[in-house]
Design a binder for this molecule. Structure first.
Ligand code: ADP
Length: 477
């Protein structure tokens, strides 16, 4: 297990020698400690990345792609080891951790190929003696700040395209889950990505983020995390007009129309809501169900929820692990209390699950009916295993309820009417729409939000725009 940071090809501790502890959320026990770095180390990471930029961007795309692809393959070779590490620091069930490693590696594989297709353009000029060339070039040093809910994939879906486009990176993973990030850095070194091209530091978020925002050599910041921190970063970025990608909070609606395939809708609702114990930015948070199918949906959904096993992520058949920390459990409790106080009915779960020998961070998968727009759960991201349901009469009302949020990341709906499918897909004010699909995330498709969910796209060919500049060369003959 790597417990030092990687700067310029060297594994180092904080200048101060200080560290902070990483704990297993399921047991509450300390796993290890990692460096508590700050502004000075953050600037040194940029020194390294900036120095590495000319050589890295001058390599051929095929050459860069080969290394990026090898990093993905090394992750798959070590899938079990990396999954174990992830479950230990993050808590998610081992099967989900394995799935995340494969998902994380898929971004590297995709980017390794897509880097070869950064085509420019030659545009017919209006003057006979001129030629118009358009080049796509790497933006430069990219800073990457990631959350704890997907400790590997949130890194690789930025890292892969950045590297493929010719950008060296400085990475700061979340305090709760630094070990997966350090393990990826170790593999980057092992496959031969040159010193300084990938730098990973752990420590004080504000000091590190502040140092990067203040540094003119950082040309791009890609952030996944809360809307609140996204706003802080956007303000800070204005000084140097830093390019941003912000993948922020979500509050996904999940519409079920009377004509939906009930089996599919229930299966998708269960997977989409309870993956990672509901701690994902695209997980369904508001179930909006048409009157005719409401009762049948609730009954089937409650059955599916009662089948979910809660426990430590390493346990057999466990599908709901611990929440990341005490504050997360308290937030879930406050949402459930508020919903009950405002007339909601608990149909499954509704309380903590206490397990001998483990930390008090487990919450039963929960179903609440009678959700209203006045409830916290309708307005705020719960980030926990709670599904709340409301009913609607017609398509207009359903879409209106779905769009009644400041967020705009992902939305889901189920219908068997092809005309409605396109109408509703177009009407939903969200960056990602799962139409009869509860799991839309994949490396080749654009991922990102609108409204307070941020801007910029990750995945597919679209992400390459985030790490490249367009240069116009007017060529007089
Ligand atoms: P979450 O609610 O998912 O923990 P946060 O937005 O709080 O989301 O954190 C996401 C990432 O942003 C983490 O790596 C965290 O350390 C980092 N972060 C938090 N505050 C700041 C800040 N002021 N500047 C830079 N990074 C920050």
């Amino acid at each position: 297990m790597r417990t030092e940071c990687l700067i310029n090809g060297e594994w180092v501790g904080a200048d101060s020698g200080k560290t902070f502890e990483v704990t297993n959320p399921a047991t509450g026990r300390v796993l290890t400690s990692v460096p508590r770095m700050g502004g000075a180390e953050a600037r040194r990471a940029v020194d390294a990345a900036f120095a590495a930029w000319p050589a890295w961007r001058s390599r051929t795309a095929a050459d860069r792609g080969k290394l990026v692809g090898e990093l993905g393959r090394a992750m798959m070779r070590d899938q079990d080891r990396l999954a174990g590490l992830m479950t230990a620091e993050q808590g998610k069930p081992l099967g989900e951790s394995k799935g995340e490693i494969a998902y994380a590696a898929s971004f590297l594989e995709w980017a390794s190929e897509e880097g070869k297709r950064l085509y420019g353009e030659i545009i017919p000029a209006s003057a006979a003696g001129k030629r118009i060339l358009v080049l796509r070039q790497s933006v430069g040093v990219a800073a990457i700040i990631t959350p704890w809910n997907f400790p590997a994939a949130m890194i690789t879906r930025k890292l892969g395209p950045a590297l493929a486009c010719g950008c060296p990176v400085v990475i700061k993973p979340a305090e709760d889950t630094p070990l997966s990030a350090l393990a990826i850095a170790e593999l980057a070194e092992e496959v031969g990505i040159p010193a300084g091209v990938v730098n990973v530091i752990t420590g004080e978020a504000k000091a590190i983020g502040g140092a990067w925002l203040d540094d003119d050599r950082v040309r791009k910041l890609s952030f996944t995390g809360s809307t609140e921190v996204g706003r802080v970063l956007m303000k800070g970025a204005s000084e140097h007009l830093l390019r941003l990608s912000l993948e922020l909070g979500g509050h996904a609606p999940f519409l079920v129309f009377d004509d939906a395939d009930l089996d599919k809708a229930v299966a998708a609702a269960t997977a989409c809501k309870f993956r990672n114990a509901g701690q994902t930015c695209i997980c369904a948070n508001r179930f909006i169900v048409q009157e005719g199918i409401h009762d049948a949906f609730v009954e089937r959904f409650a059955e599916a929820i009662n089948d979910l096993k809660v426990g430590e992520g390493t346990g057999d058949g466990v599908s709901i692990g611990p929440l990341i920390n005490d504050a997360a459990v308290e937030k879930v409790e406050s949402h459930v209390r508020d919903a009950i106080g405002k007339g909601g009915t608990v149909r499954a779960g509704g309380e903590r699950v206490r397990i001998d020998g483990l930390a008090d961070r487990f919450y039963a998968p929960t179903l609440i009916t009678g959700m209203t727009p006045e409830m916290k759960i309708f307005r705020e991201e719960t980030f926990g295993p709670v599904a709340a349901v409301t009913r609607f009469k017609d398509e207009d009302e359903g879409v209106r309820l779905a769009n009644d949020s400041e967020y705009g990341l992902a939305a889901y709906f189920f219908t068997r009417d092809a005309s409605r499918l396109m109408r509703v897909a177009e009407a939903l004010e969200y960056g990602i729409v799962g139409a009869n699909d509860g799991g839309p995330s994949t490396a080749q498709a654009p991922f990102g939000g609108v409204k307070h969910s941020g801007f910029g796209r990750e995945g597919g060919r679209y992400v390459m725009d985030e790490y490249t500049e367009i240069k116009y060369v007017s060529w007089g003959l």
